[in-house]
Design a protein around this ligand. Sequence first.
Ligand SMILES: Cc1cc2nc3c(=O)[nH]c(=O)nc-3n(C[C@H](O)[C@H](O)[C@H](O)COP(=O)(O)O)c2cc1C
Length: 190
Amino acid sequence: MDVIEAINKRRAYRSFDPIEVTEELVHDLARVAQIAPSCFNSQPWRFIFIYGKENIETILPALTKQNQVWIKHASLIVAVFSKVDEDCVIKEREYYLFDTGLASAFIILRATELGLVAHPIAGFDELKAKQLLKIPENMRLITFINIGKKSDTVNPELSEPQKLGEKQRPPRNSLSDFVFISQYGDAINE
Ligand SMILES: Cc1cc2nc3c(=O)[nH]c(=O)nc-3n(C[C@H](O)[C@H](O)[C@H](O)COP(=O)(O)O)c2cc1C
């Protein structure tokens, strides 16, 4: 699969079949993050790979109820965290979230290439999750990337909008809403 195919295939599906999580898979996903770019090669990202029924169940109470209904079927959950002083701050521009996001995107695309779904979320209680995972208080827990195999059966516990999301990609802005040529305001032609 080439990059454009992985980009096109990637979707935030919420109906999972289980997969076997091997050390090889964990290393594979960790290695693509390892070589992601970062400001001055700061590598601010930190990840906890959570798998095994008991470990997955431990983290569920920190997620919103809407997320619990589908994430309980994930086979691997990657907690993504960092802190501001792990990366460049250039004239008050803080790069740790940007760089950690880049590394996370690499993980998501690699998982997609491996035929998996990798779905990031923001719906969780950060304090509770950090306590459960023993993440230091001064770090920001940014997302959980929830990984599994797409199921052909739509998870019956999903809400109606979530069920619709399994069928079609949510609409996107037009290019002219967010791409400009030469200067701000001169939108690209569609
Ligand atoms: C930072 C971030 C936070 C998200 N939070 C949630 C979430 O809490 N729950 C959820 O079901 N999906 C969540 N999503 C998935 C988005 O809803 C999804 O990516 C978006 O609707 C576009 O759909 P697509 O990824 O299938 O193209 C999140 C995605 C990102 C990148």
